[in-house]
Structures are given as structure tokens and as C-alpha cells.
Design a protein around this ligand. Structure first.
Ligand code: SF4
Length: 328
């Protein structure tokens, strides 16, 4: 099946104060087929959100895609005009960010903000857009949708605001929803309800889902395939069952242990700290080597490639392919 969204060997750079560019993502690959649910898992700073934003043409202004390919709904994202990208954002893909209190405009009603996407992408009249807003707010499980539509964001709870953001992301009936840490600002009960709602919406709308999270346990319950990112690159990709039964990359094993014990996997230690600038990315070594209990000599002098180890299962690690043929 052809991927609805495919990101292949993506590289993203930002300017440094000294005028040089710093590459913060280099080697991210993932894809989502129509109606499929895929999880992207990694620590803070691993490139999850930047890669998702690049996929929909919404990188921060100083960021540049400096390598790789992105295709969305048959379009080459890196060559598409802003007009094409505007149309794709909304009709092809909706983006649900973490509700941080600033994701909605505080001086506009919720109804206006949800309706804006419907008016923009579907060309609805004001009245038709109002009716659609009420239907969308109701679909995402908000009681008294008319009252919610007339409310300002500060008059709603965090869980209600997140549902309103979800309604806005779905306003133009996209085929794919990108949900970026959608529950991390919510309490446990509200989180569980929102995840239940996402599963219902997927089934009802035949919606594809790209779920981004630091929590492998949460992602594994929601998706069919998982992509693990570490230090700006994809290190493993596999169907959920294969990943849980036989994780191939030492970092994935650490994430699984963390998911079972409820502990952090070690933060960005060895990467965001001493490993980053002038570190593994620039030496052409395995970026996980500073933290890897199984590191070998070759891991410090060559960068492993992402290679298949089974059906739909790929890993970037010298434990699984020949260290005799290092990939710089
Ligand atoms: Fe560990 Fe080497 Fe595999 Fe990197 S390539 S994850 S250092 S064993």
C-alpha cells in the first residue's frame, strides 16, 4: 500500500549564534498508510515534533530542511507552494498539539476558532460553519456544545480545551491526524478518556493517526506500528507486536524497561548534553554509543544504517548488521 505520508531520511538544521548551522535531525524516516495508526516515540529533543512539523510544512521560521524527502497525499512537500500546503493542512492532515494553555487564541471564542478551519477549507457560509462547529464539538464529546462554542478558552478546563483543539483539527475532515503528545498536560483520567475518544474517532472516520509521544507503553496501546527516534534519527521501526516481543535496538529495550517500571529512560543524557555538539552526530559514530551497554569499538568510529531485520522491522545498530561494512 502506498504511504499517505512518507518521510525519508529527513535532515533539519537551525542557525547557531556563530553563524554556522547545527543539524538537529539527520536520518528520520517513517511512513503512514491510509487509515493506519503509527506511533513515533522518543525522548524530549529526539526530533519527533520537528519532524512532524516539517512533514506539514510548519517548521519554525529559522529551521531548514537540509536533506531527505517528504510526500503527503501524493504531493512533494518540499517543493509544494504555500497555497498547496495550506490546502493539505486541514483537508489532508489535521494537527493536534499538546494543550499548554496557549494553543487556542485567548481573545477568540472556541466556536470562532473551530469554525475558522471549516470556513477556510470547506468554504462554508457563516451559518453552515456554526452548525458544523456544534456538530464537531459534540462529536469530540463536549457536553452543551453551543455553550462551549460561545466560551473563551479560559472558561474551559484543560481537558475541554484539548477536545476543542481536536475539533478544530478535524474541522475539514482530514484523512490523517497528527497528535503530538496530546495527553501530556492532562491528568490520568482525562488522558484515558481522550485516548478512548481518539480510538473511537479513528474507527468512525477511518482516520489515519500519527501519534507522537515519549511514552512507549501508551503508544503501543494505540497504534499498529512504532517508530523509535533517538538523537534526531530513526533507530528502530516495527509492528507493535514485533517491537514488544523482540526489541532489536538497545535504546528501544531501555524505553520498554522504562515503560514497565514507570521510570524515565535516562532523559537526554549523553546526547542533549555532552553528546550533541561536537559529539556523535559530527564524528560519524553511533549516537547511542555514549549510553549503550553493548557498545563495541566500531560503534565509536562508524554510524550504523537503518536496515531490515525482519518483515516491516528495521533497526540502526551494528549488533544486527555487519560491522565490517560501516556506514559513515
Ligand atoms: Fe549500541 Fe553499537 Fe548498536 Fe549503537 S551500534 S546501539 S553503540 S551496539
Amino acid at each position: 500500500m502506498q504511504a499517505f505520508l512518507s518521510v525519508d531520511d529527513l535532515a533539519i538544521a537551525f542557525p547557531r549564534p556563530d553563524g554556522e548551522r547545527e543539524t538537529v535531525v539527520d536520518g528520520v524516516s517513517f511512513s503512514v498508510s491510509e487509515g493506519e495508526a503509527v506511533g513515533v516515540v522518543g525522548e524530549s529533543g529526539s526530533g519527533k515534533t520537528l519532524s512532524a512539523l516539517a512533514a506539514i510544512g510548519l517548521l519554525p521560521v529559522s529551521g531548514r530542511v537540509v536533506g531527505g524527502r517528504i510526500r503527503l497525499a501524493g504531493q512533494d512537500v518540499l517543493a509544494a507552494s504555500e497555497e498547496t500546503m495550506c490546502s493539505l493542512r486541514g483537508r489532508a492532515v489535521g494537527y493536534l498539539s499538546q494543550e499548554t494553555g496557549g494553543a487556542l487564541n485567548p481573545v477568540r471564542t472556541v466556536g470562532f476558532q473551530v469554525g475558522e478551519a471549516a470556513r477556510l477549507h470547506l468554504g462554508l457560509t457563516r451559518r453552515a460553519a456554526q452548525e458544523r462547529v456544534v456538530a464537531l464539538l459534540s462529536e469530540v464529546g463536549l457536553e452543551e456544545p453551543l455553550r462551549v462554542a460561545r466560551s473563551y478558552p479560559h472558561q474551559l478546563s484543560g481537558g475541554q480545551r484539548q477536545r476543542a483543539l481536536l475539533a478544530a483539527a478535524l474541522a475539514a475532515d482530514p484523512q490523517l491526524l497528527i497528535a503530538d503528545e496530546p495527553t501530556s498536560a492532562l491528568d490520568t483520567i482525562t488522558q484515558a478518556r481522550l485516548l478512548g475518544l481518539l480510538a473511537e474517532l479513528r474507527a468512525r472516520r477511518k482516520l489515519g493517526l500519527l501519534l507522537i509521544s515519549h511514552d512507549l507503553g501508551l503508544v503501543a496501546r494505540m497504534v499498529e506500528r512504532v517508530v523509535v527516534l533517538h538523537a534526531g534519527e530513526t533507530v528502530e521501526e516495527a509492528p507493535v507486536a514485533a517491537l514488544l516481543a523482540k526489541p532489536a535496538h538497545p535504546f528501544t529495550r531501555q524505553l520498554l524497561t522504562a515503560a514497565h517500571t514507570g521510570e524515565e529512560s535516562g532523559g537526554t543524557r549523553g546526547w542533549g548534553g555532552e553528546g550533541r555538539r561536537g559529539g556523535a552526530l559530527e564524528w560519524g559514530a553511533c549516537r547511542f554509543a555514549p549510553r549503550c551497554p553493548e557498545a563495541m569499538a566500531v560503534c565509536w568510529r562508524a554510524r550504523p544504517a537503518l536496515e531490515a531485520v525482519g518483515a516491516q522491522h528495521a533497526v540502526r545498530c551494528f549488533l544486527h548488521h555487519s560491522a565490517e561494512e560501516p556506514h559513515a
